[in-house]
Write a protein that binds this ligand. Structure first.
Ligand code: GAL
Length: 654
């Protein structure tokens, strides 16, 4: 099933015609058609132009834009335009602007200036979404709804009195009584015992470290509060246009929002991804976030924004060298995207993003950028048959946002160097290098379909989650500092790994974080050695536990570092190289061996080979087939130029 009614792989970008005189629009749509653009994201920041005065709409210009797009075969990903409130709303209701943790109310003049809990903002946003759906529900260009924009990009939280009221209501619903809140937050520590909900405030700037239980609930609340804002608009749209899919663009592996919960509320998952061209490892980190997007609903997703070349918001904005835009786009398709879209169509002449690259650069159709646009459009047409194809992964990486929030709480942890993204990548990168497909999964999902389940870290682990992990039928690998606290961020009785104790057969006597730059040697059972950084633990294993690696040297000398009971492996440190563990647990999980820097990704009947290096590569083909990009038959081996790609339709029944 395709994501929208538009066939093939979607191609296009954000289109902001309101930033241009109308004469330019005709050229826009002509060039879109020339490049094979099939979808444009429209009206994301257009509220002030659509509703210039309260309740007085001016849709005439957007009518003409949508008509023009449709006449040129371009569908609309139509935004509800609520990503920035108009100035009149802020002047009439200054309380819609967010307040920071120090109590400063932010001012108008940028974007996303709204308090997530503001009823006034919500009412106006829903009113506009309703008006948009009423006006455009029957327009033939409308293919999908785009609600808000990158929730939590600028505004994740607000500390105003309205947010405090909303937080208290959320806490009442969660705990029922203030006694239950006191117990959950451990308010007997540092004399914080509350006698009524009205005394509870958001975790504003305080003299010292803030109660971690309060912080964890605040993180949950902030994700939920924005989600409520999203679903309010979504419901208004669904009531009028039930058949039109609704999305909001995610921001890859974002700390602030629980995307497992969010994805369940939208019709299709879409993502914005901006890997840094200056970072040679960025294609690995971005592959992880693409796999997350595919895993959120376990179906294809849409890359709704990416950069054709340089962005404008890093300190140094390096352009994408020749070939990289195409390669990165094909990479997204390899990892399950059914379309590749960009920010933005025409490069702006003004505003903070005037130096951000675009599909149509300042220099127009004679630029290398425009040639890249034409080439990518043609390539995506060649790959149309890939749309809808599923990915089959036998390995799952498990993580959840609650645990992430707990793990990275400020000022109260054994080390603030233990970061979830590093932990995930320490496993994902070597799997990716072996061409092994990986799903991401939340800790409470049924994991029985996977042959290998890796939990890089589950600091916060409930009894139910431990049960789900115990039910894994394949190999289970659990990383350090897991099973430490319960859902209230309280240490499990008896210490780590808490509810995982029997499953893993180890007790953690002491956490042993390593200072910056320090390493701890580890000796594997086969005699090989490795290094741990950042984190180690003093373990006490049960008698029936096999020790797969021991710490070598230093204070932990001779103590177990990696252990195994049954099919459950525990890794108590952050290893530089997890190869010995992977070699043991992967068994015959299908891998695709390719040279370093070349990515091999299987999607349905297609094999993507992506050369991220600047050297030519020769690759032995595991299958014969037809390269869809060059329309040639390949067997045996194939040569890949620097930053080039092959997309093989595998021959026969595999
Ligand atoms: C995204 C945003 C776009 C644009 C883009 C530039 O975060 O959604 O509106 O600002 O970044 O890279």
């Amino acid at each position: 099933m395709s994501l929208t009614r538009v066939p093939g792989l979607l191609f296009g970008g954000d289109y902001n015609p309101e930033q241009w005189p109308e004469e330019v629009w005709a050229e826009d749509v002509r060039l879109m058609a020339e490049a094979g653009v099939t979808m444009a994201t429209v009206a994301v920041f257009a509220w002030s132009r659509l509703e210039p005065a309260p309740g007085a709409y001016d849709f005439s210009w957007l009518d003409r834009v949508l008509d023009l797009l449709h006449e040129h075969g371009v569908a609309a990903d139509l935004a509800t335009a609520t990503a920035t409130p108009p100035p009149w709303l802020v002047r009439d209701h200054p309380e819609v602007m967010p307040v920071d943790a120090a109590g400063v109310r932010l001012e108008f003049g940028s974007r996303q200036g709204y308090c997530p809990s503001s009823p006034v903002f919500r009412e106006h946003a829903v009113r506009l979404a309703t008006a948009m759906a009423t006006r455009y529900g029957g327009h033939p260009a409308l293919a999908m709804w785009h609600v808000g924009n990158e929730y939590a990009d600028h505004t994740l939280e607000c500390f105003c009195p309205e947010s405090a009221r909303h937080f208290r209501a959320w806490l009442r619903a969660r705990y029922g009584s203030v006694g239950a809140l006191n117990a959950a937050w451990g308010t007997s520590c540092w004399g914080q015992h509350y006698t009524g909900f009205e005394q509870v405030e958001p975790p504003r700037r305080a003299p010292g470290p803030v109660n971690p239980g309060q912080l964890l609930d605040w993180r949950r609340f902030c994700s939920d509060a924005l989600l409520e804002l999203f679903t309010a608009e979504r419901d208004a749209l669904r009531a009028i246009t039930p058949g039109v899919p609704v999305t909001t663009n995610f921001m890859s592996l974002l700390h602030g929002l629980d995307y497992w919960a969010w994805a369940a509320e939208e019709d299709l998952v879409s993502d914005d991804a901006y890997p840094d061209p200056a970072d040679p490892g960025s294609h690995v980190a971005v592959a992880l976030s693409y796999d997350l997007m595919r895993s959120l609903r376990q179906r294809p997703w849409l890359l709704l924004e990416s950069a054709p070349s340089a962005v404008s918001w890093r300190e140094v904005n390096v352009p994408k060298p020749p070939g990289m835009m195409r390669l990165h786009s094909l990479q997204a398709v390899a990892h399950g995207a059914d379309g590749v879209m960009f920010f933005q169509w025409r490069q702006a002449r003004y505003g903070p993003e005037k130096f951000h690259s675009a599909l149509l650069p300042h220099g127009g159709v004679h630029t290398r950028g425009w040639q890249d646009t034409l080439r990518l459009g043609a390539d995506l047409r060649r790959l149309a048959e890939v749309a809808g194809a599923a990915t089959r992964a036998e390995v799952a990486l498990v993580f959840g946002w609650e645990s992430w929030w707990g793990l990275e709480a400020p000022e109260s942890m054994p080390s603030d160097r233990l970061r979830l993204k590093d932990l995930l990548l320490s496993w994902y990168a070597p799997l990716h290098a072996r061409g092994i497909a990986v799903d991401l999964a939340p800790p409470d999902r049924d994991l029985s379909a996977y042959r290998v389940v890796i939990v890089p870290n589950l600091y916060l682990c409930t009894a139910e989650q431990a049960k789900a992990l115990a039910a894994v039928t394949g190999e289970l690998v659990v990383g350090p500092f897991s099973g430490v606290v319960d859902a209230s961020d309280q240490v499990h009785p008896g210490g780590a790994p808490g509810p995982l104790r029997d499953l893993l057969g180890v007790a953690v006597d002491e956490f042993w974080p390593l200072p910056d730059g320090a390493t701890q040697r580890v000796r594997h059972a086969d005699g090989g050695t490795g290094l741990a950084r950042t984190w180690a633990e003093w373990l006490r294993p049960d008698d029936d536990v096999t020790v797969l690696a021991r710490y070598a040297g230093g204070d932990l000398d001779g103590l177990p570092a990696v252990t195994r009971r049954g099919r459950a492996t525990y890794v108590s440190c952050l290893l530089d190289d997890v190869t010995p563990v992977l070699d043991r647990v992967l068994g015959d999980v299908p891998a695709l061996r390719v040279p370093p820097g070349v990515e091999a990704v299987r999607r349905g009947r297609h094999l993507f080979l992506l050369n991220h290096t600047t050297d030519p590569q020769r690759i032995t083909l595991p299958f014969a087939g037809r390269d869809l990009l060059t329309d040639t038959d390949l067997r045996g081996s194939v040569g890949l130029a620097p930053r080039d790609a092959v997309v093989l339709r595998i021959e026969g029944d595999t």
